[in-house]
Each structure stands twice: as structure tokens, then as C-alpha cells.
Write a protein that binds this ligand. Structure first.
Ligand code: 57M
Length: 360
């Protein structure tokens, strides 16, 4: 951890005292992650093309997607490298909350990497079998949830807070573990489904990361937590630095994934970022608030559930195509219009979710 070395030098150079402040390290983490992304992305994109890590575009999707043929995928490795290196420099990786989200980032990224590899290099369109993909997600989420459940440092490790009702603290007890698994795996798959048009998922992840960063900073600050009457969780504030790194890497990746995308993040990106958002929701005890922030991710997932259920039960489709971003594409909305309008809704939901912190 570079910051500890720099901070220890404050005895010789007092301004280095600033390295102990979470806010300062968060800004550094964001800028470092963005810089790393800008440095490695062009090289990684070139390498992905060289090893034929090219996205297989399905022919049963919106026809406008056919011109995306040749776009490299698995760009999510850029995001994972940027976040990890930035955290090694500016984050306290002995903090158990930081270890929790880094565990999600790497393990869910591994599942996605295998899926992307089988699809693009082994030309296996189905990629990793659904039961292995889902099984791997449940496995890692269960390990993490039990670790958090057994966490001696967190006084509220089985409590669920309800927005607007500050006194309503639901203690889930041992049912916290399956609930946390549901949130983490659900979030991972929701981002995966949402990542179907250029920049949509990474833009929404950036928006959700900003809200997560605010939540963990306030929850980890005894004065602010008491003023806002949110659960004070000692040590959680260090996750602000992680959110900074995640935001920097997301905005950096969006530079290359913006329409028309030069690279897709792949399942390695979507599953890992979704797993991180789910883990952040669980450790901050704001699962419901973050379901509001991630409203578009929830909407995308519900559209698939409704479509598949309706199709199986009645043979009729609710949407022209699911997930719902394809529905609007088939209605004639240009792809950039769908993307920006979904981002606008994401920003409105983010502002509303921050408002719920005060409206209690
Ligand atoms: C994740 N993957 C994209 C890219 C990205 C049950 C069903 C809803 C499942 C769903 C599905 O297969 N989801 C998998 C979505 C794919 O993107 C790749 O996957 C990674 C994310 N996991 O990083 O590597 C395609 O999305 C497009 N894309 C962009 N820009 C980006 O920045 O344009 C992705 C990122 C890429 C590219 O075309 O190839 C995907 O969509 O597969 N299935 C679907 O989403 C399909 N919907 C569907 O089958 N609907 C049926 C069902 C519900 C019965 C229906 O409505 O009747 C649609 N997706 C595609 N073709 N591509 C439609 C068919």
C-alpha cells in the first residue's frame, strides 16, 4: 500500500499527512484507475483482436447489431486491472470490507473470463453452461456471505435497514446468508443482462458507484451516520476508496465502450462489476436503497423474466424483445437514444435514492 509509505513520511514532510484522509485517497484512486485504463486499453484492445477475442454477434437480435461484428470483447479485464492496481496503491487492503469487494471482483470476473473464453476463442456460442455459471456465482457468493455473517467486527451483520423507516431494522439472523447470496448473484446477472448496447451497463455502474461511494462514506463516518441516522459501521468508510477506483475505471472504460463501441466488457466485466455492486449493497446494509439506484438493472431483469414467463405460458411476447433495451431498439429508437435515456432514468433514481437518506 503506497499510501502507508507516503503517510509515514509526514514526520519529515507534514503535508504528507493528507494521505491518511479517505477523501484524498478516493480522488487519487479514481484518477489512478482512469489513468491506468487510458494507458492499457489501447494495448489490450489490440491484443484482444490479435487473439481473436471477438464477440460473436447473434443473428436473432436487432439487425442493427450485425454491424458490430468484429468488435473485441473481454474488455472487462481492463476494468479489473485498473481497480486492483489502484486499490493496491491507495486502499487499505487489510480492511475486510475492501477484501470482500475485491473477492467479488476477482472471483466473478473469473467466471466471466471462462465464459467469454469459451464463446470467443473456443467458438462455443453457449459459453459456460448456465448451471456451471450460476453454480459458480452461488458458490462464491455463499463463501462471501458466510464470511460477512461470521464477521466479529460488524455489529449489524444480519440486520436489514428499510428506507424511510429508520427504526425498522429487520434482523434476518441466519437467513441473512441466503438473502445476501440472492442480492450478490442477482446483481451480477442483472448487470450481465443490461450489458447489451454500447455503454449502457458501464454508465449505469458509474452512476450506482457514485451513490455507493456516498453511502459508504456516510455510514463509516460516526458524525454523519448519526446525523442522517443511518447504521454506523466502523471501517466501512475505506470502501469509499474502492468506489473511487471503480468509478475511475468505469469512466475510463466508457471512453472506449461509448457508441460505437471499440470494445465490449464481456461477462468478465459485467459479472464482476455486478458482483461488486451486490457486495457493496450487502455490506452497507442498503440493499433496498441500491435496488432503487440499480432500478434500470432491476427493470432489465424483470423484462426478461416477464418475457420468458409470458412466452412459455401463452406463446406471446410482452416486449418486442427482451431485455427491454432491445424492445426500444426494435421500436425504432436509435441505440444512442436508448442508452442516454436509460442513463437519465438511472441518474433520477440515484438522486431519489440519496433523498431517501434524509427522508426517514
Ligand atoms: C448478456 N449479452 C449481449 C458482450 C457484453 C434469456 C435472455 C434474455 C438472455 C440474454 C443473454 O443472452 N444475455 C447475455 C447479454 C451481448 O453482449 C455480450 O455479452 C456481454 C455482457 N454479458 O460485454 O460481450 C450482445 O450485446 C451487444 N452489446 C452491445 N454493446 C455493448 O457494449 O451492442 C453488448 C455490449 C453483443 C452485442 O450485440 O453481441 C446479448 O444481448 O447477447 N439474451 C438476450 O439478451 C437476447 N434476448 C433474447 O433472447 N430475448 C428472447 C428471450 C427473452 C425469450 C425474447 O425476447 O424473445 C438478445 N440479445 C442478442 N440477441 N444479442 C436478443 C438476441
Amino acid at each position: 500500500m503506497l499510501y502507508e509509505l507516503l503517510y509515514s513520511l509526514y514526520v519529515y514532510f507534514t503535508p504528507f499527512n493528507v494521505f491518511r484522509y479517505i477523501t484524498f485517497r478516493t480522488a487519487l484512486a479514481a484518477l489512478t484507475a482512469m489513468l491506468i485504463t487510458f494507458i492499457i486499453a489501447p494495448r489490450v484492445i489490440k491484443w484482444l483482436k490479435k487473439i481473436s477475442m471477438i464477440q460473436q454477434i447473434r443473428d436473432d437480435g436487432p439487425q442493427t447489431h450485425m454491424n458490430k461484428a468484429g468488435t473485441p470483447t473481454m474488455g472487462g479485464i481492463i476494468i479489473i486491472i485498473a481497480i486492483t492496481v489502484s486499490m493496491l496503491m491507495w486502499g487499505n487492503i487489510t480492511n475486510l470490507y475492501v477484501l470482500s469487494v475485491l473477492f467479488s471482483l476477482i472471483c466473478f470476473g473469473l467466471i466471466g473470463f471462462i465464459d467469454d473464453y469459451l464463446k470467443a476463442v473456443k467458438k462455443n456460442p453457449k459459453g459456460l453452461k448456465a448451471r456451471y455459471k450460476f453454480g459458480g456465482q452461488v458458490f462464491f457468493a455463499t463463501i462471501l456471505s458466510i464470511f460477512l455473517y461470521m464477521n466479529p467486527q460488524d455489529p449489524f451483520n444480519t440486520v436489514l435497514s428499510i428506507p424511510f423507516f429508520k427504526k425498522w431494522l429487520v434482523d434476518l439472523g441466519m437467513f441473512y446468508v441466503p438473502f445476501a447470496v440472492f442480492v450478490i448473484v442477482g446483481s451480477s446477472n442483472a448487470v450481465n443482462l443490461t450489458d447489451g448496447i454500447d455503454g449502457l451497463a458501464i454508465g449505469l455502474v458509474a452512476i450506482a458507484t457514485i451513490v455507493n461511494g456516498a453511502l459508504v462514506y456516510l455510514s463509516g463516518h460516526v458524525v454523519f451516520a448519526n446525523y442522517l441516522q443511518v447504521l454506523y459501521i466502523p471501517g466501512i468508510g475505506e470502501l469509499t476508496v474502492f468506489c473511487g477506483a471503480m468509478l475511475g475505471a468505469s469512466l475510463g472504460f466508457l471512453w472506449y465502450n461509448a457508441y460505437p463501441a471499440q470494445v465490449f466488457m464481456g461477462d468478465v466485466g459485467s459479472l464482476s462489476l455486478g458482483g461488486c455492486l451486490g457486495t457493496l449493497a450487502v455490506v452497507t446494509k442498503h440493499e433496498i436503497v441500491l435496488a432503487v439506484v440499480g432500478g434500470i438493472f432491476v427493470l432489465e431483469t424483470l423484462s426478461v423474466v416477464l418475457q420468458v414467463l409470458s412466452f412459455k405460458l401463452t406463446g406471446k411476447r410482452v416486449f418486442k424483445m427482451a431485455p427491454i433495451h432491445h424492445h426500444f431498439e426494435l421500436k425504432g429508437w436509435a441505440e444512442p437514444k436508448v442508452i442516454v435515456r436509460f442513463w437519465i432514468i438511472g441518474i433520477i433514481l440515484a438522486l431519489f435514492s440519496l433523498a431517501t437518506l434524509k427522508l426517514r
